[in-house]
Design a protein around this ligand. Structure first.
Ligand code: CP
Length: 312
């Protein structure tokens, strides 16, 4: 494959192949300073039109662990502020020699459009309300690490589904992997079309969490709320924020995920009391290995065999 634009671009065997490759990178992605030469001489540009901590940093670490040269473009410090168009920006980046562009943009569909304009690899790091495929992959990888098998697990995705590209990519990927998906939240934050996506809808947290193996909390996207979506933050938090007491409504070994950044006191109260049932930092840790696997699988093709090998 040349690009990763949507989770639907991938088949189940391809997702499993990404997980196997990520496993082989897991030690390298954390404390070790050792690098592999797989992408030596390749240039990866992180082009982020929206803020990011986890995704941008983990793509940077991932590229560097693979020996690529990684350039971060912060659009507020680029010629975008002088009015340069998206098309001119990506063509300029390609002319500068980029082999891959990792793009985050507030408009849905931008990565697909860019992939038609440039010859280099394009990876979607989050587009508008549409998708965040690498987040879904690291989420599934984290669940698999904790639960061993994905198939048959019940996951409750809780909160602001309406504005969540993370939820969209996960709903597709989780169902591909045989998981039962519920979405839980106030009616104003659950899009109507969700009924067509094969998921169960709950507006009551207790009912939505019953017998759940995995709870995926979503960030309440305060920057995207129109008036009337939530009665008040306090009410949302009271009804849908997860506390140790509400966690007890799920299966006793249920784990908790959150893509971050967390609105502390809104989606989560007293996470420190969740103990090892919180997998939130595991998600961050796994994000590096998953993004290494994606960069490797997309971009290392055609290299000499000895440079083109994932570590054993
Ligand atoms: N999960 C996620 O996309 O986090 P960032 O916005 O910090 O990249």
């Amino acid at each position: 494959k040349k690009h990763l634009l949507s989770i639907s671009d991938l088949s189940v065997p391809e997702i499993e192949g990404i997980f196997q490759t990520a496993d082989s990178f897991l030690d390298l992605s954390s404390r070790s300073v050792r690098k592999v030469p797989s992408l030596r001489g390749r240039i990866i540009v992180n082009l982020f039109y929206e803020a990011s901590t986890r995704t941008r940093t983990s793509f940077e670490i991932a590229g560097k662990r693979l020996s690529a040269d990684v350039i971060n473009i912060t659009t507020t410090q680029s010629s975008v502020v002088k009015g340069e168009s998206l098309l001119d920006t990506v063509r300029t980046i390609e002319a500068l020699g980029a082999d891959g562009i990792v793009i985050r943009h507030s408009s849905s569909g931008v990565p697909q459009w860019i992939a038609k304009q440039v010859g280099c690899h394009v990876i979607n790091a989050g587009d508008g309300l549409r998708e965040h495929p690498t987040q879904a992959l690291l989420d599934l990888f984290t669940i698999q690490k904790r639960k061993k098998n994905l198939s048959g697990l019940t996951v409750a995705i809780v909160g602001d589904v309406l504005h969540s590209r993370v939820a969209r990519s996960n709903m597709i990927a989780m169902q591909m992997m045989g998981m039962k998906v519920r979405v839980v939240g106030p009616p104003t934050l659950i899009p109507r079309e969700v009924q067509k996506w094969g998921v169960e809808v709950f507006h009551n947290l207790r009912e939505g969490l019953e017998k759940a193996d995995v709870i995926m909390l979503l960030r309440l996207q305060l920057e995207r709320q129109a008036s009337g979506y939530i009665p008040s933050i306090e009410e949302y938090s009271r009804l849908f924020g997860l506390s140790p007491e509400k966690l007890s409504w799920a299966n006793p070994d249920a784990i908790v995920l959150h893509p971050g950044p967390v609105n502390r006191g809104i989606e989560i109260q007293g996470e420190e009391l969740f103990s090892d049932r919180s997998a939130i930092l595991d998600q961050v840790h796994h994000g590096v290995a998953i993004r290494m696997a994606i960069l490797y699988l997309l971009m290392a093709g055609g290299r000499p065999e000895e440079e083109n090998r994932a570590p054993a």
